[in-house]
Each structure stands twice: as C-alpha cells, then as structure tokens.
Design a protein around this ligand. Sequence first.
Ligand code: ZN
Length: 280
Amino acid sequence: MHQATLAKPIKIEGQGLHTGKRTTLTLYPAEPNSGISFLRIDQKPPVRIEAKLENVVSSNRCVSLGKGEIVVNTVEHLLAALWGMGIDNALIEIDDEEVPALDGSASVFVSMIKESGIVKFEEKKRIANLKETLWVHKGEAHILAIPAPRLRITYLVDYNHNHASEQIGSFIINQEVFEKEIAPARTFGFDYELEELLKNGFALGGSLENAILITENGPVTPLRFEDELVRHKILDLIGDLSLIGLYPNCHIIAIKASHNLHLELGRKLISVFNRRCQLV
Ligand SMILES: [Zn+2]
C-alpha cells in the first residue's frame, strides 16, 4: 500500500456546525511523509497546525486542534474522509476557526476528493499490526482494540431513547465500505439537549440540513440508514483515530464511547506502536 495525495486542489465553502461561521477550505496536494496539516490563512503570519493527537486542544462534542490561541474546530468528518479515501498527505487552508458542516456527514468531502483524483507515491503507507489487546474505559463507555489482520470497527450505541435505542454496527474498513456505508452517515442531536448546547455556544450553526434532530416522535428528517447513528459514531472514530498518523490493523470494539475515549485509545495505540516498532 502506497501513500497518496490529491491530484489537484479542492475548494469547499460552508457554515460551521458549532460556531455558525462561514468558512472557506482549500485542500492542496502535499509531499509524501508530510501528513495532513491545517493552515489558518486568516492569521498574520498564517498558523500551521498538524493533524496530530498532540495538537488536540479539546474534544467536547467535537475535536479541536490548536497551536497557542489559534484553533481549528470540528475536524473529525473531514479527517475521516481523507483517511477513509486513503489520502495521507494534504495541506488544508482555512480562513476561520471551524470546518464547514456541509450535510453533517463526510459525503461531500468524499465526492470532492474523488473529483480531484488521487495520486499515489512510491513511499509506503504507515501501517501497524497490533500485537496485544488494549482497553480504555470511562464509566459505562469502553473501547477494546484486539489484534486482527485488518481494521474492523464494531460499535454499539444506546441512548436509552424510544427512537435511539441499541444500534450495533460492524464493518471491515476499506475505501469502498467507507464511501458507501460510513461517509453518508450524518451527525445527530436530541431536542432535549438543544437548549443546553446553544447556551454553551455549541450547535449555533446547526439546522435540519446539517444534522439529524431526534425528538420524542423520532427523527425530524428521513434517515439515510436505519442505523445511521451508530454509523456516524464509526465515522467519528475513524476521524479521531486518523490523528495517530498510521493505519492500525486491529479489531476495535467501542461501546457507548465518545471523542474523549476515541482519543485515549489513539494515545494508547501510539505508545504501544512506538514501544514495539510494529510498523509493517
Ligand atoms: Zn461527528
């Protein structure tokens, strides 16, 4: 498997889910081994923030990367799209602090990556085989990572809600599965939490166009998959795991987890991979 980048630049505009600000993103091809980086071009001089675990500054409701005071919020769906489509290297110019929500999924990013085209390099992708079982947990949230020949993600959610009870999804993650089964799954929220979110400065750009709103009577807009919620959680997990900078071969089993726990697993994977040199 070889590293890849975009064939040509991609421009995307839209409103951020949490800040409500309109932003323009331009994704550029980048050299092998340069990874994924954001560049806040509205700053003088522009500030470069690498999409790495150590640059995560917050992971409450969404993942924010930062350097000093300068941040980029809600990076997870874009990062999942790049990772899912096999793009290892790209420079993302952004003119404000939040990645556009678009339709709340990764589908638009995926279509634009396909439209741009994918260029493969000679350099090999960084792939690591997990050799031991890892476990992270907090309260009733758990994630296990078990040795396996390729990446599989199994996820369970249960929001204890008439229209969001138990959903279990299990997928071997490759480009085709990502594109068809995971990328279209949209972010979601519950009507009872909306007031609190808005009060805390979240979901200010939220609408029925960029999120699934679930009420006592069910989702307000039609679902794309019966189990769209758990598929979206898998999308979030992929975006968060992309911050480890390599492809882990293992079976990840997540139960009622969140960005915080996804990132904790990422840190544990990195420390194990560094210790054991399990790169293949
Ligand atoms: Zn999400």
